[in-house]
Design a protein around this ligand. Sequence first.
Ligand code: UTP
Length: 288
Amino acid sequence: MKVTKAVIPAAGLGTRFLPVTKAMPKEMLPIIDTPAIHYVVKEAIDSGLDDIIIITGRGKRAVEDYFDESPELEMHLRSSKKDDLLHLVSDIASMANIHYIRQKSPKGLPDAILAAEKHIGAEPFAVLLGDDIIVSQTPCTTQLLQVFDKYQSSVIAVQDVPREKIDRYGAVTATRVPDPSHELYLVDHIVEKPRPQEAPSTLAAIGRYIFTPEMLEAMKHTKPGVNNELQIADSLNILSKSQKVYACAFKGRRYDVGDKLGYVQAIIDFALEKPELRDGILSHMKTR
Ligand code: UTP
């Protein structure tokens, strides 16, 4: 089985970023000049997945506009001979073959992903959440695909987090599997957003997954869980009863841009990578 499709759910309400998300999708929050979802789409493309499905909902038109052509803007940039900006803008529209499917109401991730069921068909597929931006030599999704190619089973990305922060994640109980190329685990159980003192582990599931098509069936049988929302962790617990599910401790630096502190950290680090901003940022920091 080969993975060619990537599903990017972007239909959530983004309540942690209110009030801005009242009028603007969370996925469009800029990391300086580039929206978070751009990095997620790029990771999918860099991992060889060029059939991309973005799950949208009400108030998410800006996402579609961003990846669409912009003839008036391009004409203006062409006539004013701003070729570098012209390429920047037109390259985005030709990045990938993107389809948009609507989730009627944000009932949780399994429901969002199931909106793409017909497009996914009977193939394995990747899921990338816009809350996580991952900077790495090998894209995180590529690392998961390497595991999938070898084991032909679902695989989720995990990261060890401080115990006091595990209540934001699915905590994964798993057994280490010897593998020459990856820090790999066989998943036993996942507990969504446990209280730190009760968490079965500090291995946190983050927003990158490769699923076998059977995950769609597991999602259909998932009942509302934490916060009365459908949770991917509960679907994975159903799937792992009939199939192996692996967890890969990916190599890379992850920014949780769905969280205000993680968002600001991403902006600072990305700015420090830009030669035109680096010195200005550092000297500003010294004055604080
Ligand atoms: P989150 O739970 O972090 O997003 O889901 P949210 O609900 O929009 O954010 P908060 O917690 O209220 O601030 C992770 C990703 O899954 C999408 C979101 O858009 C986000 O990119 N999502 C979530 C859906 O597409 N549909 C849903 O029903 C829930």
